[in-house]
Ligand binder design. Structure first.
Ligand SMILES: [Zn+2]
Length: 474
């Protein structure tokens, strides 16, 4: 029995009798005006690379070629879906992940069985079928295959029975399948998904005389590797050397809360505003950490493990979205952006419009870093980070070192969260031959492409303004 399965049983046992009222599904304005019935299936954590390979082998053949969907940083589910649902007015999410530091409570909360019922995460209410309860979540990680089949059957039932024009469902077992079972098992499951969808569409056509468009998308990518741990102990030591102190609460000016996620390739720390830079810099020597980031005024600073340093300097209009920004070197080129910038005819440090950055860096090793870092530090999340870091591909970071050790022994097969390509490129694809998708889609543009009527209705609600968050950088 793997540890995941053990915990699955444990939570099943704990939560079978929980009374839980499902939150109502969000009503999308003007959904009826969309030209045809459209089914969105969110497949948790499947990366562009894998879907590309499946199509090369002949699967998902009635879909157009898959396109990378650049996701948020950290490239993980909670902030990931929040970024994707931004044009549908999803608002802020309490934390980057289900476990997060709350300024109000002055401690790390969330991620325990009971919290699922207490902490409201808006994006979940957009799905017509979602794994809300702990029981449902437990199945997802204990028996990813079973969960995946359950989710597909629920999707079909909705498609055949719901009168709604826009239907959204969620395949949750896939993330667990990748973490615990690995790449081959995930590929096999996806082949099953392909066959299921083909048969489901046939059954739909037999019953309904109405065209149907199917869109598959994911909330983050995935990196398969044998992973080493970034030790929290080592982070603690580095903080101490810098005169700071790891703590569970922010009381003293030198306190630093290190938020331990599941096991991701990224991490978040909270500090007194004065100590952000010091806390960030202290991490650059920690084994496995690739890049550290901290915000300062209108800037996001970064240093890599080799001591190369630069910052993004943002120019934003009233609504809060960066209109142009520049990548200013301090020493070296931590993101390897110089060649990309000069190939496009700019000099490093030039102000470049966001649209240009998006195109220039979509295929970079750190895709679309300027925009993603901005959104992550200044928008999207209610409890904003003081410092964030991205680890090297063959590392992961998270709590419960012993648990991690056990997982590793059983063979944890990879993870996601980082700023680098594998983890940052989710995917989007459609079976609609009329759609003309760009080479890469940024997370908060996907629904604008597929639901123009709905996203416009939301914009009208906001007085023609883009839907944005009005928080200003601190
Ligand atoms: Zn995951």
């Amino acid at each position: 029995m793997t540890l995941g399965r053990f915990f699955g049983f444990f939570f099943l046992f704990l939560t079978v009798s929980c009374g839980f009222h499902r939150p109502p599904v969000t009503v999308l304005p003007d959904a009826e005006k969309e030209p045809e019935k459209i089914l969105f299936i969110a497949i948790d954590g499947i990366g562009y690379e894998m879907m590309h390979e499946l199509q090369k082998e002949g699967y998902f053949s009635d879909f157009q070629p898959v396109v990378p969907l650049t996701v948020t940083f950290p490239s993980a589910t909670t902030i990931g879906f929040t970024g994707i649902f931004k044009p549908l007015d999803v608002g802020l999410v309490p934390g980057y992940e289900s476990r997060f530091y709350s300024y109000k409570d002055n401690e790390v909360i969330g991620g325990t069985p009971g919290d699922i019922y207490k902490i409201h995460v808006n994006y979940k209410t957009y799905f017509d079928a979602f794994r809300h309860t702990m029981h449902e979540k437990a199945v997802m990680y204990a028996f990813p295959g079973v969960a995946g089949k359950e989710d597909l059957m629920r999707t079909e039932k909705l498609l055949l029975e719901s009168p709604k024009k826009v239907i959204m469902t969620y395949l949750g077992g896939t993330d667990g399948a990748q973490h615990l079972l690995g790449r081959n098992r995930m590929m096999r499951f996806m082949i099953f998904v392909d066959r299921f969808i083909t048969r489901m569409k046939k059954r739909y056509r037999l019953l309904h005389d109405e065209p149907l468009k199917v869109v598959l998308f994911s909330d983050h990518g995935f990196h398969f590797d044998r992973l080493k741990m970034v030790g929290t102990g080592e982070i603690e030591k580095a903080l101490n050397t810098a005169g700071l102190k790891r703590s569970r609460h922010l009381v003293d000016e030198n306190d630093v809360v290190v938020v331990e996620y599941g096991l991701l390739s990224a991490g978040v720390m909270m500090t007194h505003p004065k100590q952000r830079e010091k806390a960030a810099r202290s991490l650059t020597g920690v084994d496995g950490i690739d890049l550290v980031f901290w915000p300062e005024g209108k800037r996001v600073h970064m240093v890599n493990s080799e001591g190369e340093e630069a910052y993004f300097d943002y120019h934003w209009s009233q609504g809060g979205k960066p209109t142009k920004y520049r990548y200013v070197p301090v020493s070296g080129d931590p993101l390897d952006y110089f060649p990309i910038i000069s190939k496009s005819g700019y000099a490093s440090g030039d102000w470049i419009p966001d649209g240009r950055w998006k195109k220039m860096t979509a295929q970079a090793y750190y895709p679309d870093a300027g925009y993603r870092l901005y959104d992550s530090f200044f928008n999207l999340v209610e409890n904003k980070a003081s410092v964030m870091f991205s680890v090297k591909p063959n590392y992961q970071f998270g709590g419960f070192a012993a648990l991690a050790g056990t997982y590793l022994k059983f063979g944890h097969k990879g993870t996601h969260g980082g700023l680098f390509r594998d983890t940052s490129t989710g995917m989007v694809m459609t079976d609609d031959p009329k759609m003309n998708l760009p080479d890469a889609v940024r997370y908060d543009e996907m629904f604008k492409l597929f639901l123009p009527q709905v996203t416009r209705a939301y914009q009208r609600r906001h007085g023609k303004r883009e839907i944005q968050f009005l928080t200003q950088p601190h």
